[in-house]
Design a protein around this ligand. Structure first.
Ligand SMILES: [Zn+2]
Length: 225
């Protein structure tokens, strides 16, 4: 640890974002982390949980993983990253994602060749300057040495907030397109929040049409319906 880093930590120690206890790294303390609305299941694939299978219609996904429910502080942090690229919220979400990935032993239980992050439309990406899925997931995926493929494009469409499930499906079908072949690839498809499943299912269908042999969806959060 550099002298400057030690001095900074001495004067400005990291605090847990929920209880303000002093901790080693910024994010949450162990105790607060356990109080988050984690999604718990014995099997790696959440689609084998009947309630989750009923909530999200994902016929083109071979499996689903997700860290937590989209509620309380979770929804705040996700919005803080999505709309403000907030540094602290990004760290909390990275901690949640990395912990979930390692405690479920994901890399050993699911075979993956490459990942695709759900993209923003180019216009939105230019306006915001970042993709919140990349901000929160890229460090883990880079450490795991998974290639991130730029295989899906997005046209500018209307925001999906307040749309009915049917309207979302229609909107999504118009929005995404495939850029290149994914022949025989086992794809990990990553998003920040799955609300109805329309987006992730549509992209999974495109991946399958492009030759992917398996598409596994992994979301930071699921919205409970
Ligand atoms: Zn705490």
């Amino acid at each position: 640890m550099s002298l400057l880093h030690s001095l900074r930590k001495g004067f400005f120690p990291s605090q847990c974002q929920l209880c303000q206890t002093v901790i080693d790294k910024s994010g949450l303390c162990q105790a607060c982390h356990t109080t988050l609305p984690h999604i718990v299941h014995d099997e790696i694939n959440l689609l084998t949980r009947p309630d989750i299978n009923r909530m999200f219609h994902l016929p083109y996904c071979d499996g689903l993983s997700a860290c937590a429910w989209y509620q309380g502080a979770m929804s705040n942090w996700l919005k803080q990253v999505k709309y403000h690229n907030n540094r602290v919220a990004t760290k909390v979400l990275r901690q949640l994602i990395t912990t979930h990935w390692h405690t479920t032993n994901f890399a050993r239980r699911v075979d993956i060749d490459a990942c695709i992050l759900v993209p923003l439309a180019n216009t939105r990406l230019i306006f915001r300057g970042y993709n919140q899925v990349y901000q929160t997931w890229a460090p883990l995926l880079t450490e795991q040495r998974f290639p991130m493929l730029d295989a899906i494009g997005k046209r500018a469409t209307r925001s999906q907030v307040n749309m009915t499930k049917h309207a979302r499906t229609h909107n999504v079908m118009q929005a995404y397109f495939i850029k290149h072949s994914l022949t025989k690839k086992r794809i990990l498809l990553i998003d920040d929040v799955i609300t109805t499943g329309a987006t992730i299912n549509c992209i999974a269908a495109l991946c399958k049409a492009a030759g992917a042999s398996q598409v596994w969806a992994y979301a930071t959060c699921l919205t409970e319906v």
